[in-house]
Ligand binder design. Structure first.
Ligand code: SF4
Ligand code: SF4
Length: 191
């Protein structure tokens, strides 16, 4: 019988020890929130979803070049001499059409390097962190205002123009008369 009471005492004691932390927190204010109905305020400098205000993007490629995981994809088409694309809000002249500006946020490691090199500060981190998607392809964010078909057409035209210019340069070089060889230096007279 005494063993019976020992077991009861041991059980109650074990439960009380186990509940000690629970009791400690029972009368303290809650540290959790009812997300998504309530949200915590994120600290300044939080690195979340990237955004490009593409109207100010000059297509300099600095962000893509510094990205350690190569997750920024940019295609540009040079403006024609007769075109005036204006200036970014920082005053930087815009000399090319940014026909593609995609960021694969599934590859991004949120290092923030791309935003620090952007000369027009058009690329920045937002406080948006709810970017869950059902399809892998939806993790690639598109910022260019050019439709893909139009972008492809403009890139093809630019490639054709560059190829024609290269061919013209090669033809001109081939047609040019060979440069005369410099005369050999006269040998010193011997006695
Ligand atoms: S935050 Fe870092 S990894 Fe992400 S796009 Fe910018 S440079 Fe690349
Ligand atoms: S660094 Fe800035 S301006 Fe240059 S391509 Fe990237 S987002 Fe555009």
């Amino acid at each position: 019988m005494s063993q019976y009471f020992k077991n009861v005492f041991s059980g109650v004691y074990t439960v009380l020890i186990g509940m000690r932390e629970t009791w400690k927190h029972l009368f303290r204010p809650a540290t959790t929130i009812r997300y998504p109905h309530a949200r915590v305020e994120l600290p300044a400098g939080t690195r979340m979803q990237l955004f490009n205000n593409v109207d100010d993007c000059i297509g300099c490629l600095k962000c893509a070049r510094i990205c350690p995981v190569d997750c920024i994809y940019i295609d540009t088409v040079k403006a024609k001499p007769t075109e005036d694309l204006g200036k970014a809000s920082t005053g930087n002249p815009i000399r090319q059409h940014v026909v593609r500006f995609d960021i694969d946020m599934f590859k991004c490691c949120y290092c923030d390097l791309c935003t620090t090199v952007c000369p027009t500060e058009c690329l920045y981190m937002t406080d948006k962190y709810e970017s869950t998607v059902y399809e892998r392809s939806n993790g690639i964010f598109h910022f260019s205002k050019y439709e893909p078909a139009l972008a492809a057409k403009m890139l093809a035209e630019q490639a054709a123009e560059e190829a024609a210019a290269a061919a013209a340069r090669a033809a001109k070089a081939a047609a040019a008369p060979p440069k005369p060889k410099p005369a050999a230096a006269a040998e010193p007279a011997t006695h």
